[in-house]
Design a protein around this ligand. Structure first.
Ligand code: AHR
Length: 549
């Protein structure tokens, strides 16, 4: 072949052209098939096998793990709960009827109030007495707005009665005194005709109130007074001694549980805090006691909170969920310290502030911490509830921040309108897990990878309720792939199964006042055969199944 011939292009005939094009297409098809096979998760090829051993009963999943937190912050209380009795919004003694009905369906076990940082600047006497005589103060922590004190002790207790929840009060240890805290408790709980009890009666409630839970300070290492662990400990001992609950029905049974300020993270500063409190607790004298150590942990990724709560993509979905799973390590770390000083697990780890904290939505006072709530938050909520359930022997209480219109809320309101968030629906679907008994599950569903982030593809928990019904909760974290799952049950024969799933078209799908049911649970179909239960878990979904035998 001459160099000339080699360089000269051959004018190809149509036949040769067609063959070449066929070969190229076949080659491309083959490459596509190879690429798909490499990236397709094993779970599509075969069902994920999950085993629940119903004979291995674990700890009780305390109903208090599903607690709420309502602070005087933005529209969390004013407008969210309290509209006043002359409002056009339908209300009972000033408390929104729509919100009460929605919360009743969640069987809220307890509500933490009045804060947060607000609690350490709250003086209870300003929130009692005739409405037109209430002292008007400021809320310097949260937007510097007026605090009318129209929603005070009686209004809060009325709200609790309307929704059927227990009180978790936070006493002011930062700017208050032990006397102020002790008198609040006497005012609330004594059945004897003291001057404070008579004042309570004159204010409309002669019978003593029940106070189930009492927080002694809030974040005393920061907004609660920048205390060292040693200083806080000295205050804790004093407050714990003098904040007495006198309610005759809370003396033997149902005693009020006192909760100390605990850590706000996993760094040395926080482990030292847990060490200091628990070490002192180990040999504590009769004159002070605690039943819980609080822990605060928000999913925020970086400070100040800058991730958007709306209009984000899969990157932010994966990143936020990766960050929320840090809750597991944090609980493990602080539980281990607590185990050293309290092996009998008398003191509960109380995660009384948790949830996603995003950038404030534009158009609002940034101090009001207003954010939307998306399908991502539903997945996030389920993952955290599952972590709490797995640690139910030590973690016996938790409070999501916050209940209405603030941070990862259950409910958003705008004047007479109300919308239930995806997080609300997860709490509703999880109601059967309240006080159910944890059962171990084993499975391997592989991983979900997005960019450089790898997460477990599926999370699952199981529990048995007091009626013997089995409850399964699955979270398919994978944003794109459905998972076929097959559940084997040891010691349990399936008579029937039914359930609900929560998903939506996009990771950032939200419910709005205009479209309130974009993210809402719908029935899921299950198949029982050969003693096993099969179902399909949609991508980015939370599913809860009830199984009867
Ligand atoms: O939930 C908002 C704030 O976060 C609380 O007031 C405080 O305790 C925490 O820092």
């Amino acid at each position: 072949m001459s160099s000339d011939q080699a360089c000269k292009p051959h004018p190809a005939t149509p036949d040769v052209q067609a063959k070449a094009s066929f070969l190229i297409r076949a080659l491309l098809f083959l490459l596509a098939v190879i690429a798909m096979a490499a990236s397709t998760p094993v779970v599509l090829a075969q069902k994920v096998q999950l085993l629940v051993d119903t004979s291995k009963l674990g700890a009780r999943i305390d109903r208090n793990l599903f607690g709420q937190f309502a602070e005087h912050l933005g529209h969390g209380i004013y407008e969210g709960v309290w509209v006043g009795s002359d409002s056009p919004v339908p209300n009972t003694r000033g408390i929104r009827n729509d919100v009460v009905a929605a919360l009743k369906a969640l069987k809220v076990p307890n509500v933490r109030w009045p804060g947060g940082c607000f609690a350490d600047e709250y003086h209870w006497r300003k929130g009692i007495g005739p409405a037109d005589k209430r002292v008007v103060t400021l809320n310097p922590n949260w937007g510097g707005v007026i605090e009318p004190n129209s929603f005070g002790t009686h209004e809060f207790m009325d709200f609790l009665e309307q929704i059927g929840a227990q009180a978790y009060l936070s006493v002011n240890l930062g700017s208050g005194t032990p006397q102020e805290a002790a008198e609040w408790l006497e005012y609330l709980t004594t059945a004897q005709p003291t001057t404070l009890a008579k004042e309570r009666g004159a204010n409309g409630h002669p019978a003593p109130y029940k106070v189930a839970l009492l927080g002694i300070g809030n974040e005393s290492w920061d907004c609660g007074g920048n205390m060292t662990p040693e200083y806080y400990l000295s205050q804790l001992k004093i407050y714990s001694r003098f904040v007495r609950n006198f309610n005759p029905e809370q003396q033997q049974k149902n005693q009020m549980l006192k909760i100390a300020v605990g850590p706000g993270g996993g760094e040395p500063r926080w482990t030292e805090w847990t060490e200091a409190i628990m070490k002192a607790y180990q040999h504590h004298q009769w004159s002070w006691d605690i039943s819980g150590l609080s822990m605060h942990n928000y999913t925020v990724v970086k400070w100040p909170p800058s991730y958007a709560s709306v209009g984000f993509g899969e990157n932010e979905y994966a990143l936020i969920l990766k960050s929320t799973l840090d809750m597991e390590g944090l609980i493990t770390k602080h539980s281990a310290i607590m185990d050293t000083y309290d092996p009998q697990k008398k003191v509960a780890l109380v995660v009384d502030e948790w949830g996603a904290w995003y950038a404030p939505l534009p158009g609002n006072n940034p101090g009001f911490l207003v954010q939307q709530n998306s399908l991502r938050d539903a997945v996030l909520a389920a993952l955290n509830l599952n972590i709490f359930a797995r640690h139910a022997d030590r973690v016996r209480m938790a409070n999501i921040a916050q209940m209405i219109n603030v941070l990862q809320a259950m409910i958003l309101t705008n004047k007479e309108k109300m919308v239930l968030t995806p997080t609300y629906y997860v709490f509703k679907m999880y109601v059967p897990f309240q006080d159910a008994t944890f059962l171990p599950v084993t499975f391997d569903a592989g991983t979900y990878t997005h960019g450089e982030i790898t997460l477990p593809r599926v999370d699952a928990i199981a529990a048995k309720d007091s009626a013997g019904k089995l409850w399964l909760a699955f979270t398919n974290i994978d944003a794109n792939q459905a998972v076929e799952i097959e559940v084997g049950l040891v010691g349990f024969s399936i008579k029937s199964a039914s359930g609900e799933t929560l998903t939506a078209s996009k990771v950032d799908s939200v419910n709005t006042f205009e479209e309130p049911a974009a993210v809402a649970p719908r029935p899921v179909s299950t198949k029982a055969a050969g003693g096993k239960l099969s179902m399909k878990l949609e991508p980015k979904s939370v599913t809860v199944i009830a199984v009867e035998q």
